[in-house]
Unconditional design. Sequence first.
Length: 179
Amino acid sequence: MSDPAIGEILVPEDKLAARVKELAAQISEDYADTTNGLLLIGVLKGALFFIADLMRELKVPCEVDFMAVSSYGSATHSSGVVRIIKDLDLPLENRDVLIVEDIVDSGLTLQYLVRNLKSREPRSLEVCTLLSKPSRRPEAADVKYVGFEIPDRFVIGYGLDHMERYRNLRYVAALEQQG
Ligand code: 5GP
């Protein structure tokens, strides 16, 4: 796609695919003894492709559900105040639950999600994120599986958008700010 808004490619397609396989292998090993399967919870819309690719590589019985949240604040800065737009269909009680995120930036959205989902009494609750911007957080967020640590730049592609566009890029690129 030739578009001046698409900047430097930070994670190319082959690296994404290889890392998704590695993460899935690790998760499959960690949940090998699950009693009633792993429940993946995708956070819409950014985790769309990541969760689809990850799930297809898993070797343990698994189910999927989705949640949509919106954080109040500007487009580029999360305020930590989160509203649930679409809640889960499935109950979490006594389930092994894995939250699948596109990106953890300040970690505020995740903090809210973890608190909210823990109150539903899952058997276990862990987090897997494709991307993480560690330089943006004062302390390490509680994320067990991280695909890639990236610098503090606004990124698009592989599910991540800028004003709803660019989700369909096969790679993760920096957004070229214009004007
Ligand atoms: P946090 O609460 O961790 O600061 O923000 C997390 C959410 O902000 C992500 O789920 C994502 O929707 C959005 N976000 C944070 N950084 C980026 C980025 O670089 N690109 C895009 N497209 N969204 C981002």
